[in-house]
Design a protein around this ligand. Structure first.
Ligand code: ADP
Ligand code: MG
Length: 469
């Protein structure tokens, strides 16, 4: 029957009063539409309609529940805003709506179509097809419905993310940072904007939140923050504790976080990180840790005797890392740290590394760049903050595997893995969850910011199953 009509009216495309349609660019492969020739512009019923991008790049993010009978399926969409349109709905109320343009697909017919966005969840049809969408070659047959192929909402329930997601949509990305203007943030912002996304920097320390089960939110300056598609945590060491809480809150809200709160905490705690790495047989310098002061000698012996490296657990940029050349020096250093109630690690000194280490930048399951950092003369710490210099290097397969595995076992999607090249293979020193981009981009000439944004694009999900994760 359906085929019949389409065949007999070769040049004409027939539409019944209700039809199944798709908005492929919005990630909506099936939606039931009512053809309403009484309306001028087509309309899409959406909730949580939020503009973003400002005047420079006006976008709107909204949520569609394609299946009116299953509100647990939420599709997050975003599109460029063409403008606003005042629409008087059938009940006589005037409403100013966002106007967007996207491909509308019915059967094999596909055409760019304008839609207004409106929040009327009570409507049985999530889409109205108005006069302006009806092309001269189309014919509306008001006495019939579903002339075109019937689709099914099941695609949302059993559909895999990949098949539902449109290739790319403008994302609203938040960077949690105290320093929006630093090199790393600027590199990611530039890359994201070039890819059509919108980035907002959020000052971590000024976020606050109410913790409850029904409506998790993060607030900022008196208002809840908008819905982000992705959060990039750039949490400084002084902000670890509070930053983790904020990231966790975003995770609770279902926002894709480039690195999760638990992973950030796990890698920041050097003791925990070393234990996890050891558990997974990842090479590292012999490391010891103790709490009471009774067995200083034992600790030094445990790691193979002097020289040893003593590290404050919360050290970064090499600031809490000390080399003790002799047993005596090691013992007095350990006693001194203890006297300050500091937590620290004692580590075998990997001599053959002689003031150099390598940093492998891992994104997902790939090493996207590697540099070697060399300490300045007379210094064993190769941190760039300690005056070390960086140059691009080739890494071995073993080193690459080690870095990827270290990031994976610490559950970091993005990580800077620091490795010492020792006589017995790669030894992981630490895994950084907010690795800087400047040193590695400048030394390798690679656009690491762009690789991070690409990873986000590939991992932001636009389909949500509320309460059915
Ligand atoms: P931080 O977090 O402060 O950067 P690291 O553990 O990364 O602390 O150590 C800083 C630097 O000191 C390293 O980049 C490396 O050059 C040097 N270093 C650290 N541990 C050792 C070790 N066990 N053997 C040799 N050099 C080391
Ligand atoms: Mg380091």
């Amino acid at each position: 029957m359906t085929d019949e009509i389409q065949k007999t009216s070769a040049a004409t495309f027939a539409l019944g009063w209700e039809e199944w349609a798709a908005l492929p660019d919005l990630g909506l492969p099936a939606i039931k539409a009512k053809v309403d020739t009484g309306a001028q512009t087509s309309a899409l019923h959406a909730v949580a309609i939020e503009p973003f991008g400002g005047e420079k790049n006006p976008q709107v993010r909204f949520v569609v529940h394609p299946d009116p009978d299953d509100p647990s399926v939420e599709i997050i969409c975003s599109a460029k805003v063409l403008g606003r349109r005042t629409v008087v709905s059938s009940n006589g109320v005037a409403e100013s709506r966002y106007l967007i343009s996207t491909n509308l697909k019915i059967g094999n017919h596909i055409a760019e179509t304008q839609f207004t966005l409106t929040n009327r969840e009570t409507m049985g049809y999530r889409m109205l097809i108005g006069r302006s969408a009806i092309m001269p070659d189309m014919m509306v047959v008001p006495s019939q419905s579903f002339i075109n192929p019937v689709l099914n909402f099941d695609i949302y329930r059993k559909g895999r993310r990949k098949t539902l997601n449109m290739k790319r949509r403008p994302l609203r990305i938040g960077i949690l940072t105290q320093e929006p203007n630093n090199y790393s943030n600027q590199s990611m912002i530039r890359a994201a904007e070039a890819r059509g996304h919108v980035v907002e920097c959020i000052e971590t320390s000024r976020c606050y939140m109410a913790i409850n089960t029904h409506k998790p939110e993060v607030h900022f300056e008196g208002k809840p923050l908008p819905r982000y598609d992705a959060i990039i945590p750039r949490i400084g060491t002084r902000m670890t504790f509070y930053g983790m809480a904020i990231v966790r809150q975003f995770e609770t809200m279902g926002v894709y976080c480039l690195n999760g709160a638990a992973a950030i905490g796990g890698s920041r705690d050097k003791l925990l990180a070393h234990q996890v790495l050891a558990m997974h047989n990842i090479g590292m310098p012999n490391t010891a840790f103790a709490m009471t002061s009774r067995d200083t000698k034992g600790i030094v012996n445990l790691v193979g005797g002097s020289p040893v490296v003593v590290k404050l657990l919360e050290s970064t940029q090499g600031k809490g890392v000390v080399l003790a050349e002799t047993k005596k020096a090691a013992e007095s250093l350990i006693d001194a740290f203890r006297g300050l109630n500091a937590h620290f690690l004692v580590q075998e000194f990997v001599k053959e590394a002689s003031g150099t280490d390598i940093r492998l930048f891992v994104i997902g399951n790939k090493v996207v760049g590697a540099i070697q950092r060399t300490a300045q003369p007379g210094e064993f710490r190769s941190n760039l903050h300690q005056g070390g210099s960086a140059k691009k290097i080739r890494v071995t397969k073993d080193e690459r595997r080690t870095a990827i595995k270290a990031a994976r076992v610490l559950k970091l999607n993005v990580a800077g893995v620091d490795i010492l090249r020792s006589d017995t293979g790669p030894k992981v020193l630490e895994v950084n969850s907010s690795p800087g981009l400047e040193g590695i981009e400048k030394a390798t000439g690679k656009d690491i910011g762009d690789a991070i944004i690409e990873h986000i694009e590939n991992n932001v999900s636009s389909i949500m199953r509320i309460g059915k994760n």
